[in-house]
Design a protein around this ligand. Sequence first.
Ligand code: GLU
Length: 522
Amino acid sequence: MSERRVRVRFAPSPTGPLHIGGVRTALYNYLFARQHGGDLIFRIEDTDSSRFVPGAEDYIIEAFQWLGIKFDEGVSFGGQHGPYRQSERRDIYRKYVRQLLDNGKAYIAFDTPEELDAKRKEVENFQYDAQTRMQMRNSLSLPKEEVERLIAEGEQYVVRFKIEPGRDVHVDDLIRGDVSINSSVLDDKVLFKSADGLPTYHLANIVDDHLMEVSHVIRGEEWLPSAPLHVLLYEAFGWQDTMPRFAHLPLLLKPVGNGKLSKRDGDKLGFPVFPLEWKDPQTGAISSGYREQGYLPEAVVNFLALLGWNPGEGHEEMMSLDEMVGLFDLSKCSKSGARFDYVKGMWFNHQYLMQQPAEAWTPAFDKILRENGIESTPEREAQVVEMMKMKVIEYVDGENNKKKRNISFVSDLWPLCRFFFVAPERYDKEDGFVSKNWKETTAQEMDQLVGVLSALDEKEFTVEEMKPLVDAWAEATGARPWNAWRVCLVGTGQGPDMYELAAFLGRQETIKRMENAIAALG
Ligand code: GLU
C-alpha cells in the first residue's frame, strides 16, 4: 500500500480567543506536518452560529503569525480544497446528509425542544437512541406520508445519526492505543438542523476531513469521547479505508491542584492563558496575552512543546522550532495530563531573553520608560540593560509567598532601573542600607571623593580613568567609600558596579547627586 500524504488540520471554532491548549494542538500538528513533508490546513468550524464571536478568526490568525506557526492552506492562506470556512460549505454538507438519509444511516426527527424536555423529565437519564427512538416523533416512527406532510408544511426538523446498538467500536489512537466503547452507550447524535440549514460539528468535521484528505487527526483529549461516533460516521459513508489516524493529546492540568487548566487559574496566579491580549467585544473585558506580557514567541513555543512531549533523555530543553521538527515524535506523547508549569514558562522566557542582544530589548524598555515620563536614547538604554539583565528580582507569587527569580521580562527591569534616569528624591535614614553605611565621618569622606572625581573632566569620566584614581585614594587614606557612594547615587542598596554607574551618569550628575546626599544626610 502506498504511503498516504500527510495532511493535518487545525480546526478551531471561532467562539472567542484561542486558548493556550489550542495553541499547543496547532503546534503539534505543525511539527508533525513539517516532519513528514506534509500539509497543515487551517479550517474554521463555524457551524454553530449561536457561539460565533466577531474578531475571533482574525485573532487566531494573528496569534499564529506572532508565534511563527505557518499554515500551508486554509482560511486566509488559500488552497485547492476550499472554501475552508464551514459556514461557506452548506451545499456540500447537504449532499452528504442526503446520502446518509438515503442509505438508512440517518433519519429525520421532528421532536421540539419542549417535547424533548418533557421526555427528559419523564424518563430518568433519557437518551435518544435505539431503545427510545420509536417512542419519539421521527421518520422511523411516523408514517411516510406524515413525514412528507410535516416537511412540506415547513415543520423544523433535525437529522439524527442512527446508531446500531451492541457493537464494540474501536478507535485506534496513536497515543492511547486501542480505545473501545460499546455503541449502545452512544446517542443518535444530531447531524443537521433544518432551522439554519447547517450541519453540526460532527458531520461537518467528518465530511471536511474526508474531502480535504486529512490523514491524521491530532487534537485535544476533550474530543476523545466524540471519536467512536466519528469512526461510525466514516463507516456509514463507506470511507473507512481513508479514515484518518487519530491522536488525542494529553490534557493541560492546573499548575496546582487537580483538574484542567482554566482561565481562573491564570487570573489567580498571574499568567495568561491566551497567546495575545483579547478584548471581549461584548463586555469590553480584557484578558491578558503572552505577547503583551512580554513573552518571546520562541519561548512560548518551546514551553508549550514540552507540555505532553519531550525529546528524551540527554536532550536540551531549549529547542528552536526547526529542531523540534526533527525531534518530535507523536507516539511518544504522554497519555496522562501535563501540568501547566507557568514558572517554567517564565524560565524559558528568561533563557531566550538572555540570548538576545541588549539592542533587542530597547524598544520595549523605551516604551516603559516613556510611560514613566522618561526620555532616553537606545544607546543609553542598552547600557542599562547590559548592567542589569543578570539581576535577580523579588516578587510575591499567587499564594502570597515572597520569592526571587531571574529577570524574565523586559518590564522586570523598570523597578530596578529607575535611579539610572531619575536622581533619588530623598535620602532616607530609615532605610537599612543607608543607616548602616552612613556614619558620622561619611559626609567628609564623600566630600573628599567629590574632590578626587573632580580631577576628571566629563570626557574622562570612564571606568578606566576613574577606577585607578579612586582606588589609589582609598588605599592611601584607608577609606571604604563604595557603599556610601552607592547611597549617594542610588539612594539605597541597589544597582550595578559603582564605577559603571558613575560612568553612565557622567561627571556632572554624579557630583550633583553626591552633593545632594551630603547636604541631606550630613
Ligand atoms: N472545532 C473543534 C475545536 O474547536 C475541532 C475539533 C477537532 O479537531 O476535531 O477544537
